[in-house]
Design a protein around this ligand. Structure first.
Ligand code: NDP
Ligand code: PHD
Length: 344
C-alpha cells in the first residue's frame, strides 16, 4: 500500500536528504513540499539550492513549494516528515498534529516531552504506544513522533545491545562531521586544520535522549534508564559520519567476546530502511572510519570496533552516517514503523 507524504522544510540540507530517500521509496509518494515564505510559491527546482550528488528527481523539481502552514497543503496527506529548524518546529509542528496530520520529525523540539515518543525502531519500537497517551492528553487526531539527535542515534543501538549486562555508567567523546551543523554551520576558516571542542547543546542532548530511548514503557508511562551518561562533543573536518569513543560500565561482568557477540546478534526490525545486521562489528582495531564505513547499507548501518577492556568496563568506537541514519533516514524509518503499526 502506498501512503501520501509531505516534507516540511524540504529545501534544507536534511529536507533534500528526505527527498532523496522518499522519491524512490516503495511505500511513500511525495505530494507536498513546504519551506519558508521566501521559497513558497516557487517550483522546488528554483527554491532549493540542491547540494546532493544525485540529480533532483524530475517529478519533484516541478512541485510548487507551499507555506509551512496546515492550511496550505492537501488534507489527504497521510504522513508529514519535518526537517524544520527546531525553533520553527516548536512553533508549527503541533498545529499540523492538531489539524490531524501524523508528523515524523527530526527537529529537536519536544524530543524529551513525556508524551512524545522518541524512537529508533530497532531499539524501542514499543514506545510508539505512547501515541495513544499523546492523543488523549492533547486531543489530537494527528500524532507526533521524533527521532533522536544524530550523535545519540550513533551510540544507542550499541548500548541497547550491551544492556543485557546491565549498563550502569557510560562516557562518550564524539568526533562529529561538519554536515551536522548544516551548510552555514561552521565556516571553512574555522574547521580546516582544526577541531572544535564545543557543539551547543549536543552533550546535554546525548545525555538525556539516550536514557529516554533505553528506558521502558509500561503502556501508560515511560521510565528513564538509570545509567549515568556523560558526553563530550567535538567537531572535526570530516564531511559526513559521526565517530564516537564510548566507555561503558556494567552491573554484571562483560568480556570483549561477549560484548562483540551481543552487538553482532542484536536483532534489527523488518522495515524497508532497516539494515541487516543492524550493527557491523569490525575486528580491525582501526575501524570504523567515517570515509570508509559511513555508506554501509545505504548509510543506515551502525558500525562498531576497537572493543577492549578498559578500567572497570569496556571501551569501543562506533560510527553512523549522521544525515542518513542520524537524521533523514531515521525519520523515514519512523515513518515506516508508523505505517506498519497502522497509524497512517
Ligand atoms: N541529526 C542531524 O545530523 C542533523 C539534524 N539537523 C536538524 O534538522 C533540522 C533541519 O536542519 P537543516 O536541514 O540543516 O536546516 P536548513 O537551514 O538547511 O533548512 C531549514 C529548512 O526549514 C525551512 N525554514 C526555515 N525557516 C522557516 C520558517 N520560518 N518557516 C518555515 N520554514 C522555514 C527552510 O526553508 P527556506 O529554504 O525557504 O529558508 C528549509 O527548508 C534542524 O532542526 C537541525 O537541527 C540538521 C542537520 C543534521
Ligand atoms: N547537532 C548535530 C546536528 C543536529 O542538528 O542535531 P539535532 O537534530 O539534535 O538538532 C551536529 O551538529 O552534528
Amino acid at each position: 500500500m502506498t501512503h501520501t507524504v509531505g516534507v516540511l522544510g524540504a529545501t534544507g540540507a536534511v529536507g533534500q536528504r528526505l527527498i532523496q530517500l522518499l522519491d524512490p521509496h516503495p511505500e511513500f509518494e511525495i505530494r507536498a513540499l513546504t519551506a519558508s515564505s521566501d521559497s513558497a510559491g516557487k517550483p522546488y527546482r528554483k527554491a532549493a539550492k540542491w547540494r546532493i550528488s544525485t540529480p533532483i528527481p524530475e517529478d519533484i523539481a516541478e512541485i510548487t513549494v507551499a507555506e509551512t502552514d496546515p492550511g496550505a497543503i492537501d488534507d489527504d496527506i497521510d504522513l508529514l516528515f519535518s526537517s524544520l529548524p527546531s525553533s520553527v518546529g516548536e512553533r508549527v509542528e503541533s498545529d499540523f498534529c492538531e489539524a490531524g496530520y501524523v508528523v515524523s520529525s527530526n527537529s529537536s523540539n519536544q524530543r524529551m516531552a513525556e508524551d512524545v515518543p522518541l524512537v529508533i525502531p530497532e531499539v524501542n519500537a514499543d514506545h510508539l504506544g505512547l501515541l495513544e497517551v499523546q492523543r488523549d492528553e492533547r486531543g489530537w487526531d494527528g500524532a507526533m513522533v521524533k527521532n533522536p539527535n544524530c550523535s545519540t542515534i550513533t551510540m544507542v543501538p550499541t548500548l541497547a545491545a550491551l544492556d543485557e549486562f546491565g549498563l550502569s555508567r557510560i562516557h562518550v567523546a564524539t568526533l562529529q562531521a561538519v554536515s551536522g551543523a548544516g551548510y552555514d554551520g561552521v565556516t571553512s576558516m574555522e574547521i580546516i586544520d582544526n577541531a572544535i571542542p564545543h557543539i551547543g547543546g549536543e552533550e546535554e542532548k546525548m545525555e538525556s535522549e539516550s536514557r529516554k530511548l533505553l528506558g521502558g514503557f509500561d503502556g501508560a508511562e515511560l521510565s528513564i534508564h538509570d545509567a549515568t551518561v556523560s558526553a563530550s562533543c567535538n567537531r572535526i573536518p570530516t564531511l559526513d559520519g559521526h565517530l564516537e569513543n564510548v566507555w561503558a560500565e556494567f552491573e554484571e561482568e562483560a568480556t570483549v567476546e561477549e560484548a562483540r557477540e551481543a552487538m553482532e546478534s542484536y536483532e534489527g526490525i523488518d522495515l524497508p530502511s532497516s539494515p541487516d545486521p543492524l550493527i557491523k562489528v569490525f575486528e580491525e582495531p582501526d575501524r570504523p572510519q567515517p570515509r570508509l564505513d559511513r555508506e554501509r547499507e545505504d548509510g543506515m548501518q551502525i558500525s562498531a570496533g576497537g572493543l577492549r577492556e578498559s578500567g572497570t568496563g569496556l571501551q569501543y568506537n562506533c560510527l553512523a552516517h549522521n544525515t542518513l541514519r542520524g537524521a533523514a533516514g531515521a525519520s523515514v524509518l519512523n515513518g515506516e514503523l508508523l505505517a506498519e503499526q497502522g497509524y497512517l
